[in-house]
Write a protein that binds this ligand. Structure first.
Ligand code: SF4
Length: 216
């Protein structure tokens, strides 16, 4: 219980700190700072890119069209969205026009992501899209090549969040906004590939699930 209270308190403090952050120019046009949703005691953390318009308005990550598709895929492979995962973004404030965050913005926001990883301590981390891959591992491009594989420890050890990711298992998946550009469910389609990747993640989470407390 002490661990639960400490983690809850640490996340609330982190949220307050993020809300007063003005470390990059994205603070100027945001409505809200978007930190995370889900179960912070879950073994799995998903990290996306940045809030869009719906997320900026609601204060929650992945609630727009892309987020709804991601939720559908997660549920389809057996995840309980309230219990089995925690989800956040590499960038906590909405880039104007939903443009891609710049390297400087990724760097400015990285300490908040590092703090979030330190509080949540997930055993498994899924990087949702190319920007998350760059923000977390420093890998630019190539997500279609690396997606769906467990990335070896060297990838995390050489990245900018090496300390926070020591001994974690990581996988990159395609971003749901990319999936929305394609047809629905044909075998081999981006959506089908992502469902397969999430099935692998689901199987790995099953091995951890009974060791972590569920959300109260
Ligand atoms: S995007 Fe991150 S670094 Fe920039 S103002 Fe928001 S919380 Fe601070």
């Amino acid at each position: 219980m002490a661990d639960r209270d400490a983690r809850r308190t640490a996340l609330q403090r982190l949220k307050q700190q993020c809300h007063s952050c003005r470390a990059c120019s994205l603070a100027e046009q945001r409505q809200q700072v978007v930190v995370g949703r889900g179960n912070p005691w879950a073994p799995l953390m998903l990290i996306g890119e940045a809030p869009g318009a719906e997320e900026d308005a609601s204060g929650l990550p992945f609630v727009g069209r892309s987020g709804q598709l991601l939720d559908q895929l997660l549920v389809a492979v057996g995840f309980d969205l309230e219990q089995d995962l925690y989800i956040g973004n590499a960038i906590k404030c909405r880039p104007p026009g939903n443009r891609r965050p710049t390297p400087a913005e990724l760097a400015a926001c990285r300490p908040w992501l590092a703090a979030q990883l330190n509080v949540v301590q997930p055993q498994l981390v899924v990087l949702v899209g190319a920007t998350a891959l760059e923000a977390v591992l420093g890998i630019k491009g190539g997500i279609t090549r690396v997606r769906g594989q467990w990335l070896d420890a060297a990838a995390a050890a050489s990245g900018p969040l090496a300390l926070e990711l020591a001994d974690r298992r990581l996988m990159a998946i395609l971003h749901p906004s990319y999936l929305l550009r394609f047809g629905r469910d044909q075998p081999g389609s981006p959506r089908d590939l992502t469902r397969r990747d999430l099935t692998v993640v689901r199987a790995a989470v099953t091995g951890f699930g009974h060791r972590r407390p569920t959300q109260p």
